[in-house]
Design a binder for this molecule. Structure first.
Ligand code: HEM
Ligand code: HEM
Length: 162
């Protein structure tokens, strides 16, 4: 395949990555927002308020923030899967094989972390408080993963630049 067709592919990767990072930022903001609503609620009303069971007196906006967080979360999962597809298709199209740098490992780790984050999020409930801790923990590790995949992606994209 010719070089220009790869330039637009890697541009698409860079844009998707920008949107993924924006999504991550918004998820962090809405996540902390939910956390603060929940904990300020628990100090005023006694019992902690947990996922799917807000209880009496929870802030009325909590369900809206939660569904916003969920929607952005699903967008981020889709973007990362798109990036995986672009990476694999582009690399196979150019080299005919995978595994040309640590970017492959970084990419696969990020995909696994994002999926684990989404799965752990679906487990958050009053009966499973550990799922929330797991969700938050995975997302902190995911930040390191995002940094790693961006740096290695930026390095490998140099090969395709004129
Ligand atoms: C992978 C996509 C994601 C999905 C589908 C998702 C979904 C959820 C859901 C359903 C909850 C439970 C809300 C509740 O009922 O209390 C939650 C909680 C939370 N999420 Fe996410 N999330 C995602 C990514 C992220 C990311 C990337 C961050 C941070 C950078 C984050 C930070 C948080 C925090 C801090 C909470 C706890 C809120 C609380 O303590 O009440 N999430 N998430
Ligand atoms: C979550 C984000 C990303 C994922 C999951 C991902 C995934 C992948 C995967 C699995 C490959 C195949 C690597 C190999 O077999 O050696 C690849 C290749 C590639 N990716 Fe990414 N990628 C991501 C972000 C980026 C970014 C931000 C860029 C920079 C614009 C980028 C540019 C590239 C390039 C240029 C290649 C070709 C590799 C080479 O020539 O050695 N990727 N990507």
């Amino acid at each position: 395949m010719h070089l220009p067709s790869f330039i637009w592919l890697w541009k698409m990767a860079a844009w998707s990555m920008g949107l993924s990072l924006l999504a991550y930022l918004l998820l962090a903001v809405t996540g902390v927002w939910m956390f603060r609503m929940r904990t300020s609620g628990s100090s005023r009303f006694g019992a902690p308020l947990t996922g799917g069971n807000e209880g009496v007196g929870s802030p009325l906006t909590l369900p809206y923030v939660r569904s916003l967080h969920y929607t952005i979360g699903i967008s981020m999962v889709s973007l990362v899967l798109l990036l995986l597809a672009i990476g694999i298709v582009g690399t196979l199209g150019h080299f005919g094989s995978l595994g040309h740098s640590s970017h492959l490992v970084a990419g696969l780790i990020v995909v696994v972390l994002v999926l684990l984050s989404a799965v752990s999020a679906t487990q958050i409930s009053a009966r499973r408080p550990w799922a929330r801790l797991l969700h938050i923990g995975i997302n902190i590790v995911l930040f390191v993963g995002f940094t790693w995949v961006s740096l290695t992606g930026w390095i490998v994209v140099q090969k395709y630049l004129p």
